[in-house]
Design a protein around this ligand. Structure first.
Ligand code: ADP
Ligand code: MG
Length: 735
């Protein structure tokens, strides 16, 4: 069947369907073409010449009949098969040249070789040779847009020869040329036709008469005349073109070339990407800022200090912190300071003088550096009081508080205990209306610490075999008047012992809390209402059920190491990294902001804001998509050309992806530079401040990923639209 015709059409028809109207492109055409022929197709305008060439080229489909290519039937061919066919057999030359105007002569010819899998450096000699063949060596580095029509068509021929296919199809290649250029183009085509099949459409037969081997005349969609003009040397060996897919490196190279080679397009796309990146950053920063403000807005009854910089830590193995642990924690770069006994922060202590009764939290004096009234302490017994003008006026402070002696009292009942007396030598005002804090030395803090440990412990007393659980009002109290090894109890407890007498018996005091258990056994002595003051120098009414032990024994029970500490960070934005680092070092953590309770209203606001942000981002995406699509419309032509030259859908899409991601990277990098300049105070745009203050390294990474994904999505959407249409349709619309 095939004998040696490379293309055979049998009753082939092509119809156009346009808004319900069927038009005929050509009708029941029977033709055979052989290698070595130089065929001219003539006929008046609208007779179906272009349609016929497009069908033969595999650029358009046919509706009826059979078309054989190199003996193979093609009615089952889809987009992919025709793509393959075009790459192996067909080079097209168009009336409108279809060159990349922003590329040089060299780049246009190189393009087709790169698209077919050649290496850039391997094609150099071939490209130059072809440029010489079409006599354009002088113009090899000239942009095609600067050439004359005849020169452009020479580039197109060189490009067709570069592809080195057995068939060259030229649709009115001289239609836009003067007669002198036309003649040289036809001559050039005839020169290459002796081992190829060249089909040329022309409305000026005289021009080609001298060269052609066959003439076909069309009229009204039918072949009117088919005449052999010259005998040809038959070519039996049909060599289809080998091709490989484009190399990755070539794709990247072309993608980068396409990014920059049309300057206005580049600037427009860059502006859009700058705007999108900037809007995303601002939106993200604003969202984070609001979220952060919301997070510190909650409250918690357990914690006095709800500073967002605070992280509460324990050791995973529940042991006490050692000095090594603290050194290790302090080495974390974002750690500002550590409060070793965390319980103190959230406990309150009472200090009273003869006139005043003060109440507040406790902190280390090293955590304060400026005071408003008085001076900084110079020894362990001097402390600073932080409070608000709302609670204590300056006048009041100077008259009743400053330089007065205060004693530590128990928080439960206002019991005065023995212990150090403290002098408030400095006062600092804060903005928090109801909060006060005592800033004390490390040594004083330890005294408080002991008291807090007692406060948080369950204490039981064992009388031989009776357990007696203490409640408020009768707990363990230290006294200098008690000798080590003894415990004073009230006479009222004698009923718990044999013969109603506990004196000289051993009793055991057991202390337990979340972190440790300890006990102390002492010999009982008793006190009563009448001898209490004489024995201990303290008020019986306050301590009527107390168990009094010596200071040493008391300290053994309650002066323990720290089991729970608080870390304060320098930079709240990086607190999550610090939490991670602490976790990795074997501490369990609680960010104070996570422990805060938020009102229902603020939860609703949060959800609402998240929705608004998502909508904004989606809207942003679509706006940018449509703007980018508009800009890219000028690129339709380029990507369609890539398809006619042997690049497939995937290649076009990848080139587009590279182009857009390049621009996204440049936009992103530009904004990074702006942020850097802002940090260095070289520029001072307000919106940069919002970005700088609210975004951390991780956010920049997230933004980058979003940006790249957006570019990817836009490329995919765009190329899908582009490829819905057949090559011819896109070309026709563009030209
Ligand atoms: P020629 O190249 O000989 O001037 P064409 O092949 O372009 O002729 O057109 C042949 C016939 O097909 C004409 O009647 C033309 O109107 C019709 N035709 C061509 N392209 C389309 C199209 N895209 N949609 C509808 N009809 C078309
Ligand atoms: Mg035409």
């Amino acid at each position: 069947m095939a004998n040696n015709s490379i293309i055979k059409l049998k009753n082939v028809s092509k119809f156009y369907y346009n808004k319900g109207i069927i038009a005929s492109g050509f009708n029941k055409v029977n033709l055979e073409f052989k290698m070595g022929e130089f065929v001219a197709i003539t006929g008046e305008s609208g007779s179906g010449k272009s349609t016929l060439l497009n069908v033969i080229s595999g650029l358009d489909t046919y509706e009826e009949g059979e078309m054989y290519i190199n003996g193979l039937e093609t009615s089952h061919y889809g987009e992919k098969e025709f793509e393959d066919y075009r790459r192996k057999y067909i080079s097209n030359i168009f009336q409108t040249f279809n060159l990349v105007n922003s590329y040089t002569v060299y780049q246009n010819i190189e393009l087709v070789l790169l698209l077919n899998g050649n290496k850039k450096k391997d094609v150099k000699d071939k490209v130059i040779e072809l440029i010489k063949k079409v006599d354009l060596y002088k113009f090899r580095n000239t942009k095609v847009s600067k050439l004359s029509g005849g020169q452009k068509q020479r580039v197109a021929i060189a490009r067709a020869l570069a592809k080195d296919t057995p068939i060259i199809i030229a649709d009115e290649p001289t239609g836009n040329l003067d007669s002198k250029s036309s003649k040289s183009i036809i001559k050039l085509l005839s020169e290459v036709s002796h081992d190829k099949l060249v089909i040329v459409v022309t409305h000026n037969y005289e021009q080609v008469e001298e060269y052609v081997t066959r003439k076909i005349k069309m009229h009204d969609g039918r072949v009117l005349e088919d005449k052999v003009i010259k005998k040809i040397d038959e070519v039996t060996n049909i060599k289809q073109t080998d091709y490989r897919n484009i190399r990755l490196f070539s794709k990247i190279r072309l993608g980068i070339r396409n990014t920059f080679n049309i300057v206005p397009k580049f600037l427009l796309l860059l502006s859009v990407f700058l705007f999108v990146t900037w809007a995303l950053m601002i939106e993200y920063a604003a969202f984070k800022k609001l979220e952060y403000e919301e997070s510190i807005n909650g409250f918690n009854y357990l914690f006095n200090d709800t500073s967002d910089k605070r992280i509460i830590i324990k050791k995973n193995n529940k042991e006490a912190f050692t000095d090594n642990d603290y050194n290790d924690i302090n080495n974390i770069s974002n750690v500002d300071y550590v409060v070793k006994n965390d319980l103190l922060i959230d406990s309150s202590v009472n200090l009273n003088s003869s006139d005043y009764w003060l109440y507040g939290g406790v902190n280390l004096i090293t955590n304060i550096n400026k005071i408003d009234i008085g001076r900084m302490p110079s020894n362990d017994n001097e402390i600073v009081f932080e409070t608000s003008t709302f609670l204590y006026s300056e006048e009041e402070i100077k008259k009743y508080i400053l330089d007065k002696e205060f004693k530590l009292t128990s928080d439960y009942s206002g019991v005065s205990e023995e212990g150090m007396s403290l002098k408030i030598v400095g006062v600092k005002y804060n903005d928090n209306m109801f909060e006060s804090t005592f800033y004390v030395s490390e040594k004083t803090l330890n005294v408080f610490n002991i008291q807090v440990n007692r406060q948080y412990s369950d204490t039981k007393v064992l009388f031989k075999d009776n357990y007696y659980t203490m409640d408020t009002g009768n707990y363990v109290v230290p006294s200098y008047k008690v000798s080590p090894g003894y415990v004073y109890i009230t006479e009222d407890m004698n009923y718990l012992c044999k013969n109603y007498n506990c004196v000289n018996q051993d009793i055991k005091i057991e202390v337990s809390n979340k972190y440790y258990k300890d006990s102390y056994t002492g010999k009982v002595k008793t006190y009563n209402k009448n001898n209490f003051k004489k024995l201990f120098g303290m008020n019986y009414d306050d301590l009527s059920g107390a168990f009094l032990v010596s200071m040493e024994d008391y300290n053994k029970l309650f002066d323990k190491n720290n089991f729970q500490s608080s870390v304060y960070v320098k930079d709240v934005k990086k607190i999550d990294d610090t939490v991670n680092e602490l976790n990795n070092k074997g501490y369990s953590t609680l960010k104070i902001t996570d422990a805060l309770v938020h009102s229902k209203i603020s939860e609703v606001i949060q959800i609402f804001r998240t929705i608004v942000t998502i909508i904004l981002v989606v809207v942003l995406f679509f706006i940018s998509y449509f703007v980018i699509k508009l800009i890219l419309k000028s690129r339709n032509y380029y990507y369609t050309m890539i398809r006619t030259l042997g690049g497939n859908k995937k290649v076009s899409r990848e080139l587009l992806v590279i182009e857009l991601i390049n621009i996204a990277n440049i936009a992103y990098f530009t904004l990074l530079v702006l942020t850097y300049l802002y940090n260095k105070h070289i520029i001072s745009w307000k919106f940069m401040g919002l970005i700088k203050e609210n975004l951390v390294f991780r956010d920049y990474i997230v933004l980058y990923i979003i940006l790249v994904l957006t570019s990817l999505l836009i490329s995919l959407r765009y190329s899908r639209k582009l490829f819905k249409k057949s090559v011819m349709k896109t070309l026709v619309e563009e030209v």
